[in-house]
Design a protein around this ligand. Structure first.
Ligand code: 6CS
Ligand code: FE
Length: 311
């Protein structure tokens, strides 16, 4: 099945200039803003900049259980054989583990923590589900970076995500500092859609999750995007959280320090923005990279505790 008209065309055989996004950033839909943990100021900042940073959102102690789970996974050689585990290009070490919330009850529960889920409801203005979850475990010395990209550009072309109504929460499980390859973002870049050049090969994910080459904006556009502004690289202790819009341009450098950079990502998508056929025309990517079948609106743990959720 192909799409008659694509609002966000990309992976093209000719150059197309960036254009303004067609979707809201904060979904109010004519109603009053949903109540939630984010202040008007924070919502405005997110709207303008495309990200928010919460230093020490959780305590380091709260993160310990998650790190213990990861240590167990590191010891399990059979895990490395699975497709959902991506190995570093130049070392036999884990780069990413996808669908972590399906592997571990502890991670699954965290997706429904009201402190996170209430922000998702407030920004996306609807029920939400997890489009993708992963650990990016950038090991000391050998961990490689991530090239500049917009997540939405990939999720639209390769997964069939129709609109920009989605964001990522990156939860720092280890300290992120200037040496271990912290996430870099281009503030305000989420306001532009940047079409990229080059056809998407079948099963591109096997290559792109190790080192992305297709779907990367050209350097001229990146220069323009940073011309009046700056780059930001939020840094802080374990338990800090970066919330960034699905179309915010971001990247990160190699980790040449001895300290691993272990970040957990939950991608919250609106229930009204479920996957269609991939816009690049290829076969859909596996369910562990892009939820297509198993779409369940998340209910907060608070509701469960109060017995409000009827099975
Ligand atoms: O292809 C993807 O879905 C992923 N790749 C990158 C570089 N970022 C977002 C996402 O995990
Ligand atoms: Fe990304």
């Amino acid at each position: 099945m192909s799409h008659v008209h694509d609002l966000y065309p990309s992976r093209l055989d000719q150059h197309k200039s960036p254009f303004e996004r067609l979707d809201p950033v904060v979904y109010t839909e004519g109603r009053e803003r949903r109540e939630g943990p984010l202040s008007e100021d924070q919502l405005r900042q997110y709207d303008e900049q495309g990200f928010l940073f919460f230093e020490s959102f959780f305590s380091e102690r709260e993160m310990q259980g998650f790190l213990d789970d990861l240590k167990e996974y590191d010891k399990d050689p059979s895990l490395k054989e699975q497709d959902q585990v991506i190995i570093e290009p130049y070392a036999d070490e884990i780069r990413s583990i996808f669908a972590i919330h399906k592997l571990s009850e502890r991670f699954d529960r965290l997706t429904r923590d009201p402190r996170l889920l209430d922000m998702a409801h407030q920004i996306l203005g609807s029920d939400v589900y997890i489009h993708q979850s992963r650990i990016n475990d950038k090991p000391g010395f050998t961990g490689t970076g991530f090239n500049w990209h917009s997540d939405f550009e990939t999720w639209h072309t390769e997964d069939g995500m129709p609109r920009m109504r989605c964001f990522s929460l990156s939860i720092l499980l280890s300290e992120n500092n200037q040496f271990n390859g912290p996430l870099m973002l281009i503030p305000g870049s989420h306001r532009w859609f940047v079409p990229t050049a080059g056809k998407t090969p079948q099963e591109n994910w096997k290559q792109s999750l190790k080192a992305q080459e297709i779907g990367v904006p050209d350097t001229k556009v990146l220069e323009e995007m940073t011309a009046n502004g700056e780059l930001v690289a939020p840094q802080g202790p374990a338990g800090s959280v970066i919330l960034f819009e699905c179309n915010t341009l971001h990247a990160s450098a190699n980790n040449l320090s001895p300290w691993p950079r272990r970040n957990l990502f939950f991608v919250y998508n609106s229930i009204e923005n479920q996957m269609e056929a991939p816009y690049c025309g290829n076969r859909p990517r596996p369910e562990f990279v892009a939820t297509r079948e198993d779409v369940e609106p998340l209910r907060s743990l608070e509701d469960e505790r109060q017995g409000k959720v009827v099975a």
